[in-house]
Design a binder for this molecule. Structure first.
Ligand SMILES: *[C@@H]1O[C@H](CO)[C@@H](O)[C@H](O)[C@H]1NC(C)=O
Ligand SMILES: *[C@@H]1O[C@H](CO)[C@@H](O)[C@H](O)[C@H]1NC(C)=O
Ligand SMILES: *[C@@H]1O[C@H](CO)[C@@H](O)[C@H](O)[C@H]1NC(C)=O
Ligand SMILES: *[C@@H]1O[C@H](CO)[C@@H](O)[C@H](O)[C@H]1NC(C)=O
Ligand SMILES: *[C@@H]1O[C@H](CO)[C@@H](O)[C@H](O)[C@H]1NC(C)=O
Ligand SMILES: [Zn+2]
Length: 437
């Protein structure tokens, strides 16, 4: 079948880039030792917390900020951040009239630049703090980690001060006969961890174990038309996940996998169709359902570039996204950035920078306005993933803020001119880590 190889590479959940030959159905993926990576992540987090001292501004103002209000930039305004949250938003500049009674640790002059809610990459695979730094530097303050090979690894990446925060998946559910079974691999310590779905009976306990080890949502690999989880298994996984109050993200890169994922009741379908655009009846079905879509066009392009047009069509993937967007289906900006070298598109979609490529894809290819693309990278995913504490610059929300030099509602390419980033009120880059800063 035409897309056979393509389906192999998608989602690039490869945790071992050597010794894995394509097309081989190895029912016993090689376990990886993540111990060193976990220890390094924990050490980095301890060091970062150590540097956060009494001098770190807890209550500060950002003045002369033109705030993105979901459609446009506001006139120059002042945002007060207190203890990681947006405490107030006022017009005018600092010294902040009406707030003088509240002592501030610091005042930052935004100099009429734009303040946006931190961006959210709805699909990425960071493994270490270098990856998180690249994401944060590009203004990505929340990353959806769409496969968790090891609960310990995912935990070690979480809660890193001043770095992008994670919302993390289960182990990606797939069956032993799928090509993804060769790609996903648990950590060596966790080989007894149930990771492949072998029968229907196992599904309830599989979901329960994923949730109890920290999965914030459940990831399912839809492999059709290749071998993999059948329609019934997908539907049962969705029901069990929902019973545990977990959303479901389903990987699909063909029209048949999209159809099955929709029928299974997945909350989100990630990637886009490389075989053909979705037809009108399926688009209409999506329109009348709460399912949202994350087309990851940067990865679709990278895969087609790596494998050649005979293996699939970027145009089909783009057309599907266009049709869904035109029908009013919410679209999320996600990249599938990963560091899996050794595969055709592995390492090709870079952490952070690809977020801006995908924002531009949304405007240039999918037909969004710049403001709509920015919402698809902030408010829309926050709603879709149930993260009610972020995604907009409003009082009471997390101070996940980025300062951008220019007006990205006129040209979304301007959004890459990120000058400062705060994650939960902690500034990336650590200027404030210095005593007396
Ligand atoms: C594996 O076990 C060792 C020793 O208990 C521990 O230090 C390490 O963090 C574990 N690695 C993973 C991936 O859980
Ligand atoms: C955003 O700001 C513009 C300009 O100040 C204003 O016209 C518009 O109504 C605001 N929209 C929202 C949703 O607040
Ligand atoms: C299903 O798989 C589980 C886990 O491997 C196994 O313990 C169980 O016996 C299987 N059940 C059936 C009905 O095959
Ligand atoms: C692949 O395995 C799943 C469950 O292990 C099974 O339901 C499905 O029928 C299998 N598909 C093929 C093509 O063998
Ligand atoms: C993270 O992984 C990348 C390879 O993707 C490597 O270049 C970098 O040094 C690693 N960072 C850390 C802190 O281990
Ligand atoms: Zn992925």
């Amino acid at each position: 079948m035409r897309n056979h190889n393509l389906l192999l590479f998608l989602s690039v959940l490869v945790q071992e880039s050597h010794g894995c030959s394509f097309g081989r159905h190895d029912h016993h993926p090689q376990a990886i030792d993540y111990t060193a990576a976990i220890q390094a992540n924990i050490r980095a987090r301890d060091l970062a917390f150590g540097r956060l001292g009494a001098s770190t501004p807890s209550r500060f103002a950002i003045s002369n900020a033109r705030i993105f209000n979901k459609t446009r930039l506001s006139p120059p305004s002042t945002i007060i951040v207190d203890n990681g949250l947006i405490a107030s938003i006022g017009t005018g500049s600092c010294p902040c009239r009406g707030l003088a009674s509240i002592p501030l640790d610091a005042i930052y002059d935004a100099n009429n630049m734009a303040i946006l809610p931190g961006l959210m990459d709805s699909h990425a695979h960071p493994e270490n703090t270098t990856h998180l730094e690249a994401l944060t530097a590009a203004g990505v303050t929340t990353t959806v980690l769409t496969h968790c090979p090891s609960p310990a690894l995912c935990a070690s990446l979480s809660g890193q001060p001043g770095l992008t925060s994670l919302f993390r998946a289960s182990f990606a559910a797939t069956s032993p006969n799928s090509t993804h079974a060769n790609l996903v691999s648990p950590s060596r310590n966790e080989t007894t961890f149930p990771f492949l779905i072998v029968n229907m009976t196992q599904i309830p306990s599989w979901v329960a174990s994923q949730v109890s080890t920290g999965a914030e949502f459940v990831k399912i690999i839809g492999s059709a038309p290749g071998a993999g989880l059948g329609a019934e298994a997908q539907a049962l996984l969705v029901r069990e996940a929902h019973a545990k109050k977990r959303r479901v993200v389903l990987h699909a890169s063909s029209t048949l996998a999209y159809k099955q994922g929709y029928a299974a009741g997945a909350d989100q379908i990630h990637h886009s169709t490389l075989d053909a655009p979705l037809d009108a009846s399926l688009v209409a079905a999506f329109k009348n359902s709460p399912t949202v879509v994350c087309p990851t066009l940067a990865m679709m392009r990278a895969v087609v570039d790596a494998l050649g047009p005979a293996e699939g069509s970027l145009e089909a993937a783009v057309e599907t996204a266009r049709r869904l967007r035109a029908a009013g289906v919410p679209i999320l900006v996600g990249t599938d950035a990963n560091a899996q070298l050794g595969f055709p598109a592995g390492g090709k979609v870079k952490f952070g920078g690809s977020m801006h490529d995908e924002l531009e894809n949304m405007v240039a290819l999918v037909g969004m306005t710049p403001a709509e693309a920015l919402r698809a990278a902030t408010q829309t995913p926050a709603t879709a993933f149930g993260l009610r504490d972020r995604g907009v610059v409003e009082v009471g929300k997390r101070a996940d803020l980025i300062l951008v030099d220019g007006d990205p509602t006129l040209d979304v390419g301007v959004a890459k001119k990120v000058r400062r980033v705060w994650v939960g009120g902690v500034e990336f880059g650590g200027k404030h880590f210095r005593v007396g800063a």
